[in-house]
Design a protein around this ligand. Structure first.
Ligand code: SF4
Length: 457
């Protein structure tokens, strides 16, 4: 009899839906059907049985071809490469669990590496603004139950987070929002007429790159001052109408995405958005939240802040203390200056996301990709190590975009012999300790890692 597993987490976007139901074959090896997932989430679950998925590490040979090697050989190569490197960079973590992130941090500290995550190329500017100005945020549950004016600024959840609007922000009936969408005013601020903008009650078609001006205009109006006839391409009447909706709301929610974080002004836009939220709190209740992209990209911010005091761009090469200075210790800047001599890409695709000049510099040195699937970073790598898929073949803790931790489940067994990210990096750590004749400092490193590592000659 097929088995139905409920309350499964979806390992794709930052909405981190945890209400997925998965029908699994009686032998527990195959996913037959998913329920509640959006079209992207459904595809993620079915993609694990892709026949082209690699099941063994592949190392590039001198003639340029890739040859399968054992996990022990791959671990040995990675450990030796990291020890030899003067300044390795370990980057990624869009798609793994917090246990894996913690295991990688042990390796990074041992290697004296720079440890960075995808926030470096997405919500990094938001972090800088939050450091400066605080983060008056809330949970998505509060949005569902309380928000009656919802603003989507530079984001398009209808495509990027397909169930965000139905689970939390527009359609659901909450405790104080029991009429669902009927009780909510939706405002979209976007230079394009996106599908989210089409759903909105008010679409402010902002002139691209002028977000700071519009935030300032709202703050000016809310403080009772006059504004010019047009700001950022938006007519004064429209600004006054939207500001009036905010003033009359019981709970204003501002969601912002890459369209706000990465246009002109960058962190200063988010700084202004936070200040607008603060201003609104002197009139009504308001909150703000970054639309984080991946299902656990809030995870490294939590795990590494706890371990090192910083969420991203963490330079551990000094050996005595962690140091963070975006621009100096951020992945792309390091790569563009050709300052790293080994690159480990974990659960992301730097090959596709980094500027080509940065990739060219990284490719001059050992380039290792850890990812369950074939991607551009795996195909240009000197070594590709496949791992189990978190949320499908491996359980673990993930942090949703509102920084709420969720325990994701395993629904089927992973391919035989393929380790999880955590297991792989624990084994690399133990191997590094063996090679440097030092004692592992972390007593919780798994026994399985010690056992398998000791088999490597
Ligand atoms: Fe998965 Fe995101 Fe779709 Fe939810 S909205 S099912 S987390 S892809």
């Amino acid at each position: 009899m097929p088995k139905l597993i409920t309350q499964v987490g979806c390992p794709y976007c930052g909405a981190s839906c945890d209400d997925i139901e998965v029908l699994v074959s009686d032998d527990g090896k195959k996913i037959l059907e998913t329920r509640n997932a959006c079209v992207i989430g459904n595809e993620i679950f079915h993609h694990v049985s892709n026949p082209d998925r690699p099941k063994r590490p592949r190392q590039r040979q001198t003639d340029g071809t890739m040859k399968e090697i054992s996990y022990d050989e791959a671990i040995d190569f990675t450990a030796k490469t990291l020890i030899k490197a003067k300044k390795p960079l370990i980057y990624g973590f869009g798609s793994t669990n917090c246990e894996g992130m913690s295991a990688v941090a042990r390796v990074a500290e041992k290697a004296g590496a720079v440890l960075d995550n995808c926030a470096s190329i997405c919500h990094g500017p938001s972090f800088l603004a939050i450091f400066d100005n605080g983060y008056p945020s809330c949970t998505l549950g509060e949005v569902k139950n309380r928000a009656d004016v919802v603003i989507f600024w530079g984001c398009n959840p209808m495509h990027a987070h397909p169930r965000h609007t139905s689970r939390y922000s527009i359609f659901p009936r909450g405790f104080f929002t029991n009429k669902g969408q009927m009780q909510r005013t939706v405002i979209s601020v976007d230079p394009r007429e996106t599908d989210t903008a089409k759903l909105a009650d008010i679409h402010l078609m902002i002139r691209q790159g002028h977000d700071y001006d519009l935030f300032d205009a709202f703050r000016t109006v809310l403080r009772g001052y006059d504004i010019p006839a047009e700001v950022a391409g938006i007519k004064k009447e429209q600004i006054l109408e939207a500001a009036e909706k905010m003033k009359k709301a019981r709970f204003v929610m501002i969601f912002f995405g890459m369209g706000c974080t990465h246009t002109d002004g960058r962190n200063h836009n988010i700084d202004a958005a936070i200040s607008l939220t603060r201003d609104l709190n002197s009139i009504t209740k308001a909150s703000i939240m970054a639309m984080r992209g991946h299902y656990n990209i809030a995870g490294p911010g939590q795990v590494w802040s706890w371990q090192f005091g910083f969420p991203y761009c963490i330079d551990l090469s000094k050996g005595t203390h962690a140091h963070m200075n975006p621009g100096e210790t951020s992945s792309i800047d390091l790569a563009m200056r050709d300052e790293v001599d080994c690159f480990v890409n974990v659960g992301t695709d730097a090959g596709a996301h980094f500027p080509i000049e940065a990739v060219k510099h990284l490719k001059k040195h050992p380039f290792i990709t850890v990812d369950p699937n074939i991607c551009m970073a795996s195909e240009i790598a000197d070594l590709h190590i496949p791992v189990r898929v978190v949320g499908v073949e491996e359980p673990g803790v993930v942090y949703r975009m509102d920084n709420v931790p969720i325990q994701f489940k395993k629904v089927i067994d992973g391919p035989e012999g393929v380790p999880s990210d955590e297991e792989l990096f624990d084994r690399i750590y133990i191997r590094m300790c063996e090679l440097t004749e030092t004692e592992p400092l972390w007593i919780h490193v798994k026994e399985h890692a010690k056992a398998s590592s000791s088999q490597v000659e």
